[in-house]
Design a protein around this ligand. Structure first.
Ligand SMILES: [Zn+2]
Length: 173
């Protein structure tokens, strides 16, 4: 959190990858949600994006306004702004909600005053999205963890319950 120099109200600050674009919103933000739609998935190059919605009047670009480029998607009546230097998505605007600007949660270094408890387009959730499955260290690769779905299924099918059973092809110690 930081104090806004303009209005001396609490603000959350964020920036793009290269730092050319910096901005702030007044906190608490209006709301926050996870967007699983195909358009957002591609725009971010990620399984989904988590956005923080702010009243437009409480959003301010504090550095690099000239570095921001816009892509208007006329089919969906949405506009996505991003840093022309590093490509980081900055603002996602939707025509049906013109008073709001939506900013990737990941760009903020601190708290925004809202937890992302809502999901949009959850039906498009990808089956490769990480959902908190149990992970274990991968032997021989420090810092790498992985999940072993085959082992868990084998346990359930063969033993009918969780046991200490281990298949011979498991790649752990
Ligand atoms: Zn940048």
């Amino acid at each position: 959190m930081a104090k806004s120099t303009a209005q001396n109200t609490a603000a959350a600050t964020g920036q793009c990858l290269c730092g050319a674009v910096q901005f702030e919103i007044g906190i608490p933000a209006r709301w926050a949600w996870h967007d699983h739609s195909g358009a957002t998935r591609r725009a971010h190059g990620a399984a989904y994006a988590t956005y923080v919605g702010s009243w437009r009047s409480r959003f301010r670009v504090t550095k690099g306004r000239a570095k921001i480029t816009r892509f208007e998607d006329k089919a969906t009546r949405t506009t996505r702004s991003f840093c022309a230097r590093c490509g980081t998505p900055i603002v996602y605007e939707r025509a049906h909600s013109p008073q709001m600007v939506n900013i990737p949660r990941a760009l903020f270094g601190g708290r925004t005053g809202r937890e992302p408890r809502y999901h949009i387009a959850i039906a498009e959730l990808q089956d490769w999205t990480y959902l908190g499955e149990t992970l274990v260290p991968l032997k021989g690769f420090p810092g790498v963890v992985w999940e072993r779905p085959a082992k868990k299924q084998r346990r359930q099918v063969i033993r009918g319950q969780r046991t200490g059973y281990r298949a011979p092809d498991d790649h752990d110690e």
